[in-house]
Design a binder for this molecule. Sequence first.
Ligand SMILES: [Zn+2]
Length: 111
Amino acid sequence: MGRRSRLNRDKRKGHAIWSQTQLLSLLKNPSQFTPEQRSRFALHLVKVSRRHRIRLPSEVREIVCRACNTLLHYGDNATIRIRNGYKIQTCLSCTAVRRFPYRNDSQKVNA
Ligand SMILES: [Zn+2]
């Protein structure tokens, strides 16, 4: 059973990562979907990542509220301020505040 269960777990993880990629590509096409649909994709993406303990892509982490898993639309249900080299993001659905270092080369994340 040991060997078989490990194999299944690896397969499931691969499937989860595949789902993540699919959902991410859907999220990146905002014009094709309604905000409701996109919120659903975002929520699903967060859930899949948590269930399978895989990292949420950084671009998703910045647009989904950690506290209430809402997809954030700046100027709609979220505000963003730049201060002291940080992006300060406020979710207006649950008032959670998050800060991100703000740099032009912010693609890289320190391991
Ligand atoms: Zn929130």
